[in-house]
Ligand binder design. Sequence first.
Ligand SMILES: [Zn+2]
Length: 485
Amino acid sequence: MSRDNSRAMWYAVVAGLGLALVFLGLGLYLALTGEGASSSEGERTAAARKVSGPDMVLIVLDAMRADRVGAERKGVPVTPFLNKLREEGAWFPDAMTACTWTRPAMASLFTSAYVETHGIVFAAVDEAAGDRQTALGKERATLAGVLAEAGYATAGVQTNGNLFPVMGFDRGFQHYDTSLDAPGQWVTDTSLKALSGLSSPFFLYAHYMDTHVPYHSSDKWRQLLGYDGAALSEEERKIVEDFKDYYVEWCHYVKGRHEVFAFEELSEAGKEAALLLYDASVREVDEAVRILVEGVWAKSPEAVVVVLADHGEHFWDHGLLGHGLSVYDCELRIPLIIHGGKTPPGRQEGLAEIVDVAPTLVSLTGLDQPVEWQGKNLFSHVERPAYARTQSDSPAWNVELDTVVAGDLKLIVNGKDGTQQLFDRKADPEEEQDLSAERPEDLSALLSLLHRHRADNLRRRSGGHTEVTVDPETLEQLRQLGYMH
Ligand SMILES: [Zn+2]
C-alpha cells in the first residue's frame, strides 16, 4: 500500500469511526462514573439538577499568538506565569480556533459550534448595509447558560465590544461587567470584585484586550523586555509606539479603500520593534492574569483555570498584519492551558479545537454536554480532524476561507477564487510549500472531509444568530479595532 493510500485510509477511519469512538468513550466514562444515568435522548442538558463541580475560571487573551507562550527576550521570559500554568497543568500545543476574528471565534467557544452552524460571520461595520451586525442567537445553549442552569454562580468581565450584551454574549451570566478597551488591570480588579460575591461552584470569565492592537503596554514592561525606542528613527518610533494608526491604514489599504498606503514600509528593525512591543503587552497581561489567578486560588485553591486566545495575530507573516484575513497558523493556532482540579497534567498530544473547551469544562461537572454541541471532551483523547472558517459578508474584506487539519496535513480552500493550498505542517510549519499539485490523493481526501463537515454544519444550523443594531460608541470601538467597512 502506498503512503498516500495509507493516509487516505487513515482519513476514512478517522472520519468514519470517530463518532463511534466518541460514543464508546462516553459510554465507558458514564459506566465508570455512574454519571448521566438520568439523561434521556433529546434532552438538551442534564442540568435540571444541581451539581457540585469545581469552581472554574475562563481567561481569554484577545489576539494572543500561540508561539508567545514560553518565548523569551534576551533570556527574559515573556510569559512567566503562563509558563508556570503550562508546566503544572494540561497544555495543548496543537490547539486551533474555529475562526480568526473575535465574534465568531467566541461564539464557537461559548456554544461549541462551528462558524457555519452558529452563523455569526463577518458583518463588518458597513454604512451601506446600515451597520448590520450578526449577534449570538437565543436558541443555542451556551457554556455559561448550562453551568448557571446546573447551579453555578456565573460572572463575566468584558472589554471587547464584539462581545457586549447587545451581541448576546452575556447570555448565561448572572453578572456581566463591560468596559470598552479597558486595560488588564481593570479586568483583574473587576474580576476579583465580582469573585468576592460568588459562591461555589462559580464560573468566572475574564476577557483581556491588552494583546490586541494598539499594544499600549507600560514602560515598565517595555524596558524589562529590552525595548529601545531611541534606536529607531523618529518616524518609525512614533508608528510602533502607537501602532493603531499604521494598522488601521493597512486595513484600509488591503481592503482597497485607499489606493496608496499612507506610511512608508517599516524597516526590519521597525517591524521587530513592533513585535517587541506586542510581547511587552503579552508580558503585562501575563502579570494581570497572575494577580487574578492568585486571587482565585486564595478563595478556591482547587479551581480549574483555563487560559486561551480567541485567535492569533499576523506580524508580516505571509505579508499580512492583524487577524481575520487568513487561516494560516499564526492566526489559527491558539494557546490552550487547563490547570487544576482533576484535570490530568502534562503535554496533551493531538489536535484540540476551541469548540472542545465548553464540552471539556461541562464534563468536569459530570453533566452531559448539550446534544447540539459539536466539540468533544479534550480528555477523551478522540483523534479527529480539526476545522475552521473565516468568512466575511462585507465585500470590502472579501474573505471566505475554509481549512481542515488532519494528521500532518492542512488544506485551505479559498471560496472567493476557488484556489486550494495543501501544507505539510510538520515539514513546513511556516506554510510556504503548497503541495496541492504534487499530492492529489491527499488533496482529494481532505476535500472530502471538508465537504462532509460543511454539510453537517448546514444541517445543524438553526437559531444560531440574530441581527442587531449597535450603539455609536461600540461601533466606534469596532472601527478603531479595524472592523470597519
Ligand atoms: Zn479577538
